[in-house]
Design a protein around this ligand. Structure first.
Ligand code: AMP
Ligand code: MG
Length: 396
């Protein structure tokens, strides 16, 4: 298999999307999920003529005929019914959020009044109908408030909650198993020996998927083909998606691609002309999608951002999160590979999003990722990338 370009690799990945089902979940557990139904207004918004200032409600005709002192005939708080009617020339005190009674048409805020006992004395101009948010002004009952396909965040939650969607239909994400691999790796609650390190990649991958409502299972493979085969064999039967990191390069103990083939996973990608992440491996067995990523933490992250995350987003009906950014400085890169360069971002005076590549960015150096906002994608066909030209940026 010849090594693919990034565009060819992405073409293959994006042609093997996961086909999700939907499920009904409590709104409280729907953060980050994708709506699988329209959220419609069950009533007009606002549902009644809503008072928008604390003050008094009057008949505008009284004001027009010259009344400037309004005896108070009652008080209406938010949620109260209030009196059915009031004598001519008088007012009711009324609070923000209350339903305007039918006999009144205008609300004067306390800021425009002098309250002397039970008489409200007016100062300043009054306009007919002021400080009332009319029934149905924002939306009519039955209108779509949020279309299906939107990812649920705090604003969507607020709207869904006000329309009574205590449960909602959402896209069911894939069941994901994440495998770390390598004899040098211990779990994060262990104390590593001098020649060991902690398996951070699994946690990074888990963290990247969690905002989509995925609670991936975490597993570990030692560099032993029989053990790898047994564990991946089980995972292929109980998960929709497998993400493995490590053990896929040219090392003597990199068994994973071979074992995946033995297990009947159809290899679709083995190696992409890119840095980092060149050994990227992708395959399918039945409906199960397998991503096998190189183990260097920065390579794993680059492949997660360039392939796995957009694959997940597209599978769930979301646009892939990619920006266009402008290069802050010239870059030269000669190896004939697409360069995924870590970069910081800032907004220029003209409003453009500008990316500055980081100076030090080895693929094992994940501390540099802290200063990076993601990966700039600089295509393999070119060696010289000029300041001011624009390129895709895959955000962290
Ligand atoms: P490999 O792809 O297995 O050759 O691993 C490449 C490098 O990444 C090695 O230095 C590994 O120790 C390191 N590595 C592999 N997997 C992980 C992981 N889960 N967390 C942190 N580092 C890892
Ligand atoms: Mg390894």
């Amino acid at each position: 298999m010849t090594m693919l370009t990034v565009a060819e690799a992405w073409d293959i990945v994006s042609n093997h999307l996961f086909l999700p089902e939907t499920e009904n979940v409590p709104l409280l557990h729907a953060q980050g999920r994708v709506l699988a139904q329209d959220v419609r207004a069950d009533r007009d918004i606002p549902p009644y003529n809503r008072v928008s200032m604390d003050g008094i409600a009057i008949r505008y005709a009284d004001y027009q005929s010259g009344v400037l002192k309004f005896p108070v005939s009652g008080i209406i708080g938010a949620g109260d019914d209030g009196p059915a009617d009031i004598p001519p020339g008088t007012c009711v005190e009324i609070m923000t959020g209350a339903s305007l009674p039918p006999f009144a048409d205008t609300v004067i805020p306390y800021e425009q009044l002098l309250m002397e006992g039970s008489v409200a004395i007016l100062n300043g101009e009054v306009k007919y109908g002021q400080n009332i948010h009319l029934k149905g002004k924002d939306r009519k009952s039955g209108e779509i408030l949020i279309p299906a396909g939107r990812r649920i965040g705090p604003v969507e939650t607020s709207i869904a909650a006000s329309a009574g969607f205590h449960r909602t239909n959402v896209v069911k994400p894939p069941r994901v198993a994440i495998f770390s691999s390598g004899n040098e790796l211990v779990d994060i609650d262990q104390t590593p020996q001098p020649n060991q390190i902690r398996r951070s990649n699994s946690y990074a991958c888990h963290a990247l998927l969690q905002p989509y409502g995925i609670d991936a299972g975490l597993f570990h493979l030692s560099d032993n083909p029989d053990q790898i085969k047994a564990a991946l064999g089980v995972a292929l039967q109980s998960y929709d998606t497998i993400i493995a990191s490590g053990g896929i390069s040219a090392g003597k103990f990199d068994y994973i691609p071979e074992v995946l083939s033995d297990l009947g996973v159809n290899k679709l990608i083995k190696g992409v002309r890119q840095r980092p992440g060149k050994p990227f491996w992708f395959g399918k067995k039945g409906t199960v999608t397998v991503f096998a990523l190189p183990g260097n933490p920065v390579s794993t992250m680059a492949c997660m951002l360039r392939y796995v995350k957009p694959w997940l987003e597209m599978s769930m009906g979301l646009p892939a999160a990619v920006h266009n950014v402008v290069l802050a400085e010239d870059i030269f890169f000669e190896p004939g590979l697409t360069l995924f360069s870590q970069a910081s971002l800032h907004i220029a005076d003209n409003g453009q999003l500008v990316a500055t590549p980081l100076r030090h960015q080895g693929s094992g150096d994940y501390s540099s990722l802290l200063s990076s906002r993601g990966f700039l994608e600089l295509p393999a066909e070119k060696t010289r990338f000029e300041a001011g030209t624009s390129f895709p940026f895959w955000p962290l």
